[in-house]
Design a protein around this ligand. Sequence first.
Ligand SMILES: Cc1cc2nc3c(=O)[nH]c(=O)nc-3n(C[C@H](O)[C@H](O)[C@H](O)COP(=O)(O)O)c2cc1C
Length: 154
Amino acid sequence: MTKHLLIVAHTPSENTRRMLAAMIDGAQDPAIEGVATRAVAPLKATADDVLSADAIILGTPENLGYMSGALKDFFDRIYYPCLELTQGRPYALCVRAGSDGTGTRRGVETIVTGLRWRAAREPLICRGDFREEFVEQARELGMYMAAGLDAGIL
Ligand SMILES: Cc1cc2nc3c(=O)[nH]c(=O)nc-3n(C[C@H](O)[C@H](O)[C@H](O)COP(=O)(O)O)c2cc1C
């Protein structure tokens, strides 16, 4: 049966859009056959999108020491509709931060702890001046999550 990977990422810049494209590309690696990947912008993503996902990747820049307002709006809308129904969902976090990232990590982790989602791996914090390796790390994260779902080990 096909598993569903949902990517909810706010991508206000060319660099973050490149990272998202690579993440999708990694998740759609030809070796991964049993996973359907959907990327939805946080302002458009709904509780139904989350309910129908087997795993979730969250992506956000750090803005003013916190996750983007768009990702926060996503959580504000899905929190209660999902609270009882998505406990244990594996998720991963990708933060693009000009210099820090810790406030965003803490903010997201506080919310997903409330939701009782389960970290599938350490957050990917892409910090500092933009580097090409961030694109490859995003690709690898997409592949990791999709391959893990495909293998039934997430
Ligand atoms: C209004 C604003 C606030 C920001 N605040 C932070 C911040 O608190 N911490 C941080 O590490 N980066 C901060 N940044 C930098 C962004 O995280 C970064 O520009 C964004 O991730 C896009 O990355 P890019 O420049 O590689 O496209 C801020 C950027 C903007 C526009």
